[in-house]
Write a protein that binds this ligand. Structure first.
Ligand SMILES: Nc1ncnc2c1ncn2[C@@H]1O[C@H](COP(=O)(O)OP(=O)(O)OP(=O)(O)O)[C@@H](O)[C@H]1O
Length: 243
């Protein structure tokens, strides 16, 4: 699904954050990206979302070379990509289901857009996604009343209804207790498999990566120093990433 060859990124004047990174990633993968603070995880995601200019490298997406797209083509492509942050950008006053449906704003027909109404099908789809992440009973609660983990799961539903094909989850479970963090990652893993979505997820907790990821990458010194199938990391691998 994604093939990257020799991605490098430098911030002026000469801070080289990513150095000739190459990889292939496929739909259905949940890739946990581990790295010390400042190792370049967010920059890496921003480069893959074409929000940062690359110094060099080739980017193949769905078999098509997208290295040199113009602004309009990038805009079109980004509709398939969703960025999930530590603090999900939800409207706290609106209900969970309304937040999920807000992802359809630009997909609605013009008259639904003007009258701010949703079709029965869209409503059912939003409820279905909330059901999948165990939030059906909270669908009509204002988001401000939900816990951090529940908010993150609403954000996942938003990504799904938008039709995301790639999710970049940037430390989505920072600040959550272990149980809530596990639930969010479990949901990400399930949707990744069922909906054939590719999920990149940066994490600080090695144990969560070991438990939920199908692949674990370690970023250090601007390079992917570890690329393994999801399993327990050896001490040597941990040292390589966090040295
Ligand atoms: N726009 C920018 N201009 C200059 N330097 C930047 C910019 N964005 C990031 N950097 C630098 O690039 C390096 C990597 O930052 P990045 O935020 O990608 O790391 P990270 O691994 O996500 O960190 P954390 O785990 O703390 O969130 C840091 O040294 C940071 O200061």
């Amino acid at each position: 699904m994604i093939i990257v060859r020799s991605l490098s990124k430098t911030f002026p004047p000469d801070h080289r954050v990513l150095q000739r990174i190459s990889f292939q990633a496929d739909e259905g993968d949940l890739i946990a990206l581990l790295g010390a603070s400042g190792s370049g995880k967010t920059t890496f995601f921003r480069c893959l979302m074409l929000k940062e200019k690359w110094d060099e490298g080739q980017y193949i997406y769905d078999g098509k070379d997208i290295t040199g797209l113009n602004a309009w083509e990038k805009f079109q492509l980004r509709k398939q990509w969703v960025y999930l942050e530590e603090k999900p950008g939800l409207n706290e006053k609106k209900s969970a289901v309304k937040n999920v449906l807000s992802a359809l704003l630009f997909k609605k027909s013009w008259w639904r857009f003007l009258t701010n109404t949703v079709s029965e099908d869209d409503h059912m789809e939003a409820m279905d996604y909330l059901d999948r992440v165990g939030l059906l009973d909270k669908a009509h609660e204002p988001v401000e009343k939900l816990s951090g983990g529940e908010k993150q799961r609403v954000a996942i539903c938003k990504a799904l209804i938008k039709g995301a094909r790639v999710i970049f989850a940037d430390e989505p479970v920072s600040g959550l207790d272990p149980e809530a963090a596990s639930r969010v990652l479990e949901d990400l893993r399930t949707i990744c498999r069922k909906n054939k979505i590719l999920v990149f997820c940066s994490l600080h907790q090695v144990e969560l990566a070991e438990k939920f990821a199908t692949r674990i990458w370690g970023l250090s010194g601007g390079k992917l120093v570890v690329d393994i199938a999801g399993r327990r990391l050896t001490q040597r691998e941990k040292d390589l990433i966090f040295k």
